[in-house]
Design a binder for this molecule. Structure first.
Ligand code: GCU
Length: 603
């Protein structure tokens, strides 16, 4: 009896798995033929997840007056996609749980065309059905995923149903506790992608290590592969490079000399039109070329030391609040960073939308891209590691051709333990396997103070990293006052470049008082003054990203009249008002930029 039950269970899960049509991520969807499914969707809030047993995914209608159907998408409330549900409806601000989305769309099938259903992101778990048939499920709220629907999609009217559940889980990535709002929903665009039967799923092109006149590239094909060549073209450089496609794995790769391109930098974010083609498919992308490396405690961009004048930001929409998703949201945030004098942004604590990274490429801002391995996590759990690796893989596939992205960050403020160290070691190895052209980092907050004049970071995590990230809150958390930073001497266990990846203090815009009064702009500005002084005395300092560009929603910030569910550590309010600290930092960055210019012109 027990065996029979086990095999039934196994079978049904295998059947379930077999039905899972999640396909390898198609990169650069923006350059593909797509049909947008954005807009208004029917939705059902389902706190007890009755929709699974009631088969909401069938979108059934009563056939006779006595039929019992206890849901009706057509007459249910609506939500906009892309968009989180929390900021769209007052009653959903704190809602965490299952939400059902449904919409109709009509489609015309085309010969020799494969069709994929693509999601820019859905927080956190998404189960997807097309015309009542299950396509599969995806876990992870900040990276794209797609399902092949060539055989499922119907000529004419179709109905797609998505259950999105943002319930926090102990084995999740992130886990239960975060200091940002757990915005749920179809938070980024949904679209149909059309590609030829044999198509390009992914590709990569970059300058070879420490060379400005040699490039390495590959193109990955999917579908029936026939003998032949693929081609990489950079018209502006007069380059047409062919590469033999290996029919065993559908990959074509080449290493080839090239007329040295204008190198991408924050001051000169030069992008080149690159055409990848072969097997009847072709994709065009805008790519910058630069080299990034470390030398002792320096970070070198294009072979020259660079100081990363940075700022952290969350993917919070300016002015309206909610998960940012549009190019307009992103441009506002990155323009503020530029106005600050920044040449670098830390996109915390999860992959932000693709437009944000592409804009950084165009606007000239180097990027720290991070996966949400955050605070306490179930580091012992193999499926948690698989989940974290899948998110890392998907952000690397999505952003690997962005010159702006120079750092992959594996985690933030995770507690030191053998399980955690092993978890992050495995993540670091995986990141290098997927992309050995960028620097690996993580943010640690595990500094120790042997006495009131000394601080040291000995986190063993540093072993696996190229760049050490340190979060320290001297002057805000703990016993030290802002002025105590003046005496603090820092030491680091690893002689590697250090980025102070967080420091800061909270102040709602317009709250004023003397510099010793918490939550005043004067306190925050004073803290920045002393921090800047302290950081400049760290020999291995290669950059900094104060916490944070703009105030953002957090369920942990409950101080009424001051926080009101916002973390107020922004140097800009959520309404775009610059606080005093904004100008303290801007002044320092302008001075630093000036020094940078003289240094590079001195060379
Ligand atoms: C931490 C953490 C952030 C958090 C910040 C704060 O360091 O990394 O996610 O928002 O501190 O306390 O404001």
């Amino acid at each position: 009896m027990k065996h029979a039950l086990l095999s039934i269970l196994l079978l049904s899960s295998l059947r379930l798995l077999a039905a899972d049509r999640e396909a390898p991520l198609i990169s650069n969807v923006g350059a593909r033929t797509t049909i947008s499914l954005d807009g208004v969707w029917n939705t059902i809030v389902d706190p007890y997840e009755t929709g699974l047993s009631s088969r909401f995914y069938e979108n059934a209608k009563p056939k006779t007056k006595s039929d019992l159907i206890e849901y009706d998408f057509d007459h249910s409330p609506k939500l906009r996609v892309p968009g989180d549900w929390n900021s769209q409806r007052e009653s959903l601000l704190f809602y965490e749980g299952p939400m059902w989305y449904q919409r109709y769309f009509s489609y015309q099938q085309k010969a020799h065309v494969r069709t994929f259903l693509y999601f820019g992101a859905a927080n956190y778990l998404a189960r997807v059905w097309l015309n009542g048939k299950r396509l599969g499920e995806h876990i992870g709220g900040y990276t794209p995923f797609n399902f092949e629907v060539t055989d499922q999609i119907a000529e004419g009217e179709n109905s797609v149903v998505v259950e999105v559940d943002n319930t926090r889980r102990a084995d999740g990535v992130p886990s239960i506790h975060t200091d940002w709002w757990n915005y749920g929903g179809l938070t980024r665009s949904v679209e149909l992608i059309e590609v030829p039967e044999t198509y390009i799923t992914d590709y990569s092109i970059h300058l070879a290590e420490n060379r400005h006149d040699i490039m390495e590239a590959w193109i990955q094909f999917a579908g029936a592969i026939y003998r032949g060549e693929a081609t990489i073209e950079i018209p502006e450089l007069g380059l047409i490079q062919n590469a033999e496609i290996d029919p065993r794995n559908g990959r074509a790769s080449a290493r080839f000399p090239v007329r040295a391109p204008h190198l991408w930098s924050a001051e000169n974010p030069k992008l080149y039109r690159v055409v990848f083609s072969g097997q009847g498919d072709g994709v065009v992308d805008e790519v910058g070329f630069r080299t990034i490396e470390t030398r002792a405690t320096q970070i070198l961009l294009n072979g020259k030391p660079i100081f990363l004048r940075g700022i952290c930001l969350h993917e919070e929409a300016p002015f309206r609040g909610g998960r940012a998703f549009s190019e307009e949201d992103d441009r506002t945030l990155l323009t503020w960073a530029k106005e600050l004098g920044a040449n670098f942004v830390r996109l915390a604590h999860y992959p932000h939308n693709e437009a944000m990274v592409r804009l950084a490429d165009q606007m000239g801002l180097l990027v720290w891209d991070e996966v949400p391995v955050y605070w306490e996590m179930d580091f012992q759990n193999p499926s948690t590691l698989e989940n974290a690796k899948a998110q890392l893989r998907d952000v690397i596939v999505r952003d690997r051709n962005r010159a702006a992205v120079v750092l992959w960050s594996l985690s933030n403020e995770t507690p030191i333990s053998p399980a955690r160290n092993a978890f992050l070691k495995s993540m670091a190895e995986y990141a290098r396997q997927l992309d050995d052209t960028r620097l690996i980092t993580s943010a640690s907050d595990k500094a120790e103070h042997p006495d009131d004049q000394h601080a040291a970071l000995n986190d063993p995590l540093g072993e696996y990293l190229d760049v050490i990230g340190l979060n320290e809150y001297i002057g805000w958390y703990g016993k030290y006052r802002p002025e105590d930073a003046d005496k603090m001497q820092w030491a680091f266990a690893y002689s590697k470049p250090v980025i102070i990846s967080e420091f800061g203090g909270g102040a709602p815009y317009g709250m004023h008082g003397d510099k010793d009064t918490r939550f005043t702009e004067e306190y925050q500005a004073n803290l920045y003054q002393h921090q800047i002084g302290m950081l400049q005395r760290i020999p291995a300092l290669a950059g900094m990203t104060p916490w944070i560009l703009m105030d953002f929603r957090s369920p942990r910030r409950t101080l009424v009249g001051i926080q009101d569910y916002y973390n107020r550590k922004g140097v800009i309010s959520d309404r775009g008002q610059r606080k005093q600290a904004f100008y303290v930092l801007q002044k320092f960055y302008r001075q630093k930029a000036g020094e940078g210019l003289t240094a590079s012109s001195a060379k």
